[in-house]
Write a protein that binds this ligand. Structure first.
Ligand code: FES
Length: 83
């Protein structure tokens, strides 16, 4: 699963660094199931998504917090395991 964190200016100002720090704290079994990448701006912040914005595979998610990111990753990993 590809997890891309936007580190563009708006997302950075809105807490992207806390998302990055939270990924460091994920358990190893979760970390082993994701590939973390960074983007400078998806342009999603100018559309329907409130920063900070992330992208999991081809899907955008906005207004992320460390807690919502963790929950989303767990949900997606479980969802992927069920397929
Ligand atoms: S700065 Fe993050 S989507 Fe634009």
């Amino acid at each position: 699963m590809n997890v891309k964190i936007c580190v563009g200016t708006t997302c950075h100002l809105m807490g992207a660094s806390t998302l990055i720090e939270s990924l460091e704290l994920l358990e190893n079994d979760l970390k082993s199931k994701i590939v973390i990448e960074y983007a400078t701006c998806f342009s999603a912040c100018q559309g329907n998504f409130t920063p900070p914005v992330i992208k999991i595979n081809d899907e955008f998610f906005g207004n992320m917090t460390p807690e919502s990111l963790r929950k989303l990753i767990i949900d997606k990993v479980v969802e992927g395991a069920e397929k």
